[in-house]
Design a protein around this ligand. Structure first.
Ligand code: ATP
Length: 387
């Protein structure tokens, strides 16, 4: 069912539109409003899939209705109806976010086509928002401890900028999660976040992986290929485990950061890229610099903003929340209802040594869900998760 609202002060046109749409499809449910004010009231109270709105109306004109509606329900597409002499306004409404406009008297085919397109777009927007929510839920940062609150505040501030961020902390503490949150909250969120695990790529391949290559650059280069920097254009590149990158690769990355250009291996021309760089490492880069394994100039380029993610042992107050989060997640994944952990079980888990951090905690919770009783008890923890 598609709910369509027609806002039109001329009764004859309103009725024609309403009749055409109702006869076109049983799926269209049409509501009418006589002026802008009435229309806006209806938009506030009901969820419409499409609004068809006249431009010239007493009380409140179509442009105003559009602007007000965009503030409260930005996802509803608007098709404007323009009369003689307000074509310029009609074009302007497109700039204000209208989906399209039709002229008076409405041409039947054009009207029905526009309505169909607008409704399709609405479905896509809704689906997109739903998927985005789903994705961002996967990267939800659980925790209310002081260090986590501080990290969340940093993310909110820094995400809005293009500043480079270096995330440090032990394995399994959530560095990747921080990188995802930074990207998703940034104006670059509609463009890709490209992750590169620098430790997993052999040093002789990393240059081609990051910057691409041209056909014939080396034996296995059978065709031109773009690298990760190009793939991340307008978005973000996340260089994970940057502390494991070889010195020659570091030199190439430094150049990309300094000049915002990359050169495919074997090519002679530069390609301009607009990429935000986020890097992470579990290594102490200062020590790596002292020992000659990491370039100091690259460190300063990367570490404009430093986010230190503490180990789980330094934020034990988050453990109950995390256990709860993982029981719900695991239940969702298995299509079962979440298991309950007794207070004593949680208290005992809170005392354990979590050098394996959140990744280890999740594994333990999963093990307890599988092996423990209906309610996971302290004895279950002692038996299946003892340290
Ligand atoms: N605050 C948190 N809330 C919920 N889940 C979290 C949190 N921090 C980490 N996790 C989860 O723990 C796991 C490990 O996190 P992540 O991969 O981000 O860690 P990492 O520091 O990047 O690890 P590594 O250095 O080993 O790559 C992931 O499944 C992640 O979703």
């Amino acid at each position: 069912m598609s709910k369509i609202l027609i806002i039109e002060d001329e009764a004859a046109i309103r009725r024609v539109l309403s009749k055409i749409l109702s006869e076109e499809s049983d799926d269209y449910v049409v509501t009418e409003a006589e002026d802008g004010l009435q229309g806006l009231e209806k938009i506030k109270l009901e969820d419409f899939d499409l609004v068809i709105c006249d431009i010239k109306m007493p009380k409140m004109d179509g442009e105003e209705v559009l602007q007000e509606a965009k503030k409260i329900k930005p996802e509803i597409p608007f098709v404007m109806i323009s009369g003689h002499g307000d074509l310029e306004t009609a074009v302007n409404t497109m700039r204000l976010g209208a989906f399209d406009y039709i002229s008076k008297p409405p041409d039947l085919n054009r009207l029905l086509n526009t309505v169909r397109n607008a409704l399709d777009k609405k479905t896509l927007v809704v689906e997109n928002t739903r998927l985005k929510k789903k994705v961002s839920k996967n990267y939800q940062m659980i925790g209310e401890s002081e260090p986590i609150e501080h990290i969340k505040e940093m993310i909110d501030k820094v995400a809005q900028t293009d500043a480079r961020v270096l995330i440090t902390g032990p394995n399994g503490t959530g560095k990747e999660l921080v990188a995802h949150n930074l990207h998703e909250k940034s104006p670059r969120a509609d463009f890709p976040l490209i992750e590169v695990n620098c430790a997993a790529i052999p040093s002789e391949l990393i240059e081609s992986e990051l910057f691409g290559h041209v056909k014939g650059a080396f034996t296995s280069a059978v065709k031109d290929r773009a690298g990760k920097f190009e793939a991340a254009n307008k978005g973000t590149i996340f260089l994970d485990e940057i502390g494991d990158m070889s010195l020659p690769a570091q030199a190439k990355v430094l150049r990309a950061l300094q000049e915002s250009v990359v050169t495919r291996v074997g090519a002679d021309k530069d390609i301009k890229v607009d990429v935000r760089v986020i890097a992470a490492t579990n290594k102490d880069l200062r020590k790596e610099i002292d020992e000659g394994r990491f370039r100091e100039d690259l460190y300063h380029r990367l570490a404009v903003i430093l986010i230190k993610v503490p180990g789980l042992n330094d934020r034990r107050s988050d453990i109950p929340l995390l256990i709860n989060h993982f029981t719900i997640k695991i239940a969702e994944e298995n299509g079962t209802s979440p298991k309950v952990f007794s207070k004593e079980a949680i208290a005992l888990l809170q005392e354990y040594d979590w050098t394996g951090n959140i990744r280890e905690l999740r594994n333990v919770v999963e093990r307890l869900i599988i092996l423990g009783g209906k309610e996971v008890s302290k004895a279950d923890v002692q038996m299946f998760a003892s340290k």
